[in-house]
Design a protein around this ligand. Structure first.
Ligand code: PMP
Length: 394
């Protein structure tokens, strides 16, 4: 069966034929490709066409598909056990690896997705501060957590509207939304309701609407205001964690979050997420404290060994430098090709984006040049035909 026949079948059993909306390629105005096999930098479609995969499962596969060392550990684990639902040493090994290298993660809890990590971190923050409100930024995505599927609702900063149906008003009304790259508005929001805000959450490298690289001073300002108002700082490093550096953006920016969320790379391509941070905050979590959070398949041993072997290999091979060097190589090749077409190439390590040239850096969604969506649609289609699979998101 080809992709189109499979998609017809899939649409009968799953909404839009997919199990995550972005996989439908609906924003690209075409039907999705169905893949059957992956290895290293490559994907094979069910039709047998080979693609260079620049998406790598949206980020977790920093070593590429089915890295041989990771694969060996996964096989070994699967032939030993693939779920205990009980205490085991595999998650301990990964937890110790992380806490011994990332000083601001004093304690952590493994979960099964980035969404779960964020949702749980917010709960801890609310419990620890006794406050209800959360501050997030327009243009950051934190998973499909009710209280974060919220966007700016009007011109008035801090007034929110939900970006999904099914979000209760009471939940929506506890979320404030600030623009990125705007200290003044941020200060005004904190001045107005800072003492009611439990946590401010941000992707320190906003990578869900292009790559909206923030000024260091802006990110530092968030940390300063949070501290001043007794608001906890949550850095959502689901994408950037273990990707742009071992310690993610927190390490690069030298900003110590109260809580941090990870996903993607931490599970080496298996469903693993994690939230962690200050010991006193994490000790609020059950069974130590009153914040309930649990998971049948949390710290799944296959995900744990895949994550640990990925991270160990990255560390042993100075993988973050390798990603930077390859990113630089790629940039050097592409820039002269894009330049005459007035296209700007943006990159942090192995994360890249490109858009029509602008006079000033694009740091907010509203600054993304017009026509970007249409341009990317065409670009995606053309590169796809040449066997290049970019992240399918206009
Ligand atoms: N936070 C960020 C920054 C993300 O990019 C994502 C997903 N891409 C999430 C949270 C949610 O992670 P998951 O899809 O694993 O639930």
């Amino acid at each position: 069966m080809n992709s189109s026949q499979l998609f017809d079948r899939a649409k009968k059993v799953a909404p839009g034929g997919v199990h995550s909306p972005i996989r439908s390629f609906s924003s690209l105005g075409r039907d999705p490709i169905f893949f059957k096999k992956a290895l290293g930098a490559f994907l094979w479609s069910v039709e047998g066409k080979k693609y260079v995969d620049y998406c790598q499962s949206w980020g977790p596969l920093v070593l590429g598909h089915r890295d041989l060392d990771v694969e060996a550990r996964v096989h070994e684990m699967i032939s030993t056990a693939w779920s205990f639902g009980a205490c085991e040493p595999y998650s301990l090994d990964l937890a110790e690896w992380i806490t011994s290298r990332i000083p601001w993660v004093e304690k952590l809890r493994f979960v099964s997705s980035g969404t779960e990590a964020v949702m749980s971190a917010l709960r801890v923050a609310r419990a620890a501060t006794g406050r209800q409100k959360i501050l997030k930024f327009e243009g950051c995505y934190h998973g499909h957590v009710d209280s974060l599927l919220v966007q700016t609702g009007s011109g008035l900063a801090g007034v929110s509207a939900s970006s999904s149906a099914g979000i209760p008003d009471d939940v929506k009304n506890t979320t404030l939304v600030a623009p990125l790259d705007d200290e003044e508005t941020l200060e005004a929001i904190f001045k107005r309701e800072g003492n009611q805000i439990a946590a401010v959450i941000i992707e320190p490298l906003p990578a869900n609407y292009g790559l909206l690289i923030q000024r260091k001073e802006f990110l530092k300002k968030i940390a300063i205001l949070a501290k001043q108002y007794g608001t906890l700082l949550i850095l959502d490093e689901v994408i950037s964690g273990f990707r742009v550096a071992l310690g993610g953006m927190s390490e690069i920016l030298e900003i110590k979050p109260d809580l941090v969320t990870y996903g993607k790379v931490i599970g080496g391509g298996f469903p693993v997420g994690c939230y962690g941070g200050r010991k006193d905050l994490m000790d609020q979590v059950a069974p130590n404290g009153p914040v309930y959070q649990a998971g049948t398949l949390s710290a799944n041993p296959v995900g744990m060994v895949a994550g640990l072997s990925t991270l160990q290999k990255m560390e042993a091979q100075n993988g973050w430098q390798v990603l930077e060097d390859r990113g630089q190589f790629f940039e050097n090749l592409l820039k002269p090709i894009f330049e005459p077409h007035n296209i700007q190439f943006i990159r942090v390590g192995s994360l890249f984006w490109f858009h029509f040239k602008t006079a000033t850096p694009v740091r907010r969604v509203s600054q993304i040049p017009e026509g970007q969506k249409e341009f990317f649609k065409k670009f995606f289609e053309k590169t796809l035909r040449q066997g290049i699979y970019l992240a399918p998101h206009a």
